[in-house]
Write a new protein. Structure first.
Length: 260
């Protein structure tokens, strides 16, 4: 991967420069709200976390006697389909937004969005969870105090987002998935040696967050990046050259940011 140099002004102050090939679109041209309600309440109940995304509520039960919900009925809960975007409108500014991998139902207090054609939903999840978008969600939210802020659809629709070609969206998502797996395996490996207090863990998480930001905002070019097979049983890893390579990438990213 290399730093991209063919940039153009986005003419949006908080977005900065973007790749020449990328477009700027309002969110309303990327997705739209859907509000289909459950007639039976028998679908799988889902939950949303800013940390773990959309999950099956039953998977979070600590024991079989725990109730999935205190609600008397789930009739009227919103239907969620795979690859739809779910937003907690009160916490969008804090990253409570995710693509669902499940079909099910969720609290009617949340908003559900369907993507239009030729958009990779996962790319926009990564984009919307960056710090610059969370800050923009906060600016567009209405409410007197932070705990009462709400991001309604009409405000969301008017936010601008960067849009690479579908092929590049797909490539960015694939590279992020590869890097996340790489980092997760590395953390597991180093935890065996250093324990769970491994000081490298925070640095590695910072690295992946920075990398995601640079990928989804077009600062790093992945079009010619070939994703290798991940073999974690190599002599290279045992000698920690793998960790050194990651640290070199972190240092390079930090240098590029400081030079901007």
């Amino acid at each position: 991967m290399k730093k991209r140099d063919n940039l153009k002004p986005s003419n949006i102050s908080w977005l900065g420069d973007i790749p020449n090939e990328w477009e700027i679109k309002k969110v309303k041209h990327v997705l739209y709200e859907v509000s289909n309600k459950s007639e039976t309440g028998l679908e799988d109940l889902l939950s949303l976390s800013q940390y773990t995304g959309v999950e099956l509520k039953r998977d979070k039960k600590k024991n079989e006697n725990d109730n999935l919900t205190n609600a008397m009925s789930l009739v009227g809960y919103k239907i969620v389909n795979q690859n739809q975007l779910v937003i907690n409108i009160m916490l969008a500014w804090n990253g409570s937004i995710a693509i669902s991998a499940y079909n099910g139902i969720i609290s009617p207090a949340y908003c559900v969005y369907q993507f239009r054609n030729n958009f990779n939903p996962k790319f926009f999840e990564y984009l919307f969870k960056t710090e610059i978008y969370k800050a923009e969600f906060k600016r567009k939210s209405t409410g007197i105090i932070e705990s009462r802020l709400r991001l309604y659809s009409d405000q969301l629709y008017n936010i601008h987002c960067v849009v690479p070609s579908l092929d590049e969206q797909n490539k960015i998502v694939d590279v992020i998935a590869f890097k996340q797996k790489q980092i997760q395996n590395l953390i597991k490996y180093t935890n065996v040696i250093f324990g769970k207090t491994n000081p490298k863990t925070g640095l590695l998480q910072e690295y992946i967050n920075t990398l995601i930001f640079n990928l989804v905002t077009g600062k790093v070019d992945v079009r010619d990046f070939e994703i290798p097979e991940l073999n974690f049983e190599t002599k290279e890893l045992e000698e920690f050259s793998y960790l050194e390579k990651v640290e070199e990438e972190i240092a390079e990213v930090e240098t590029n940011i400081e030079n901007e």
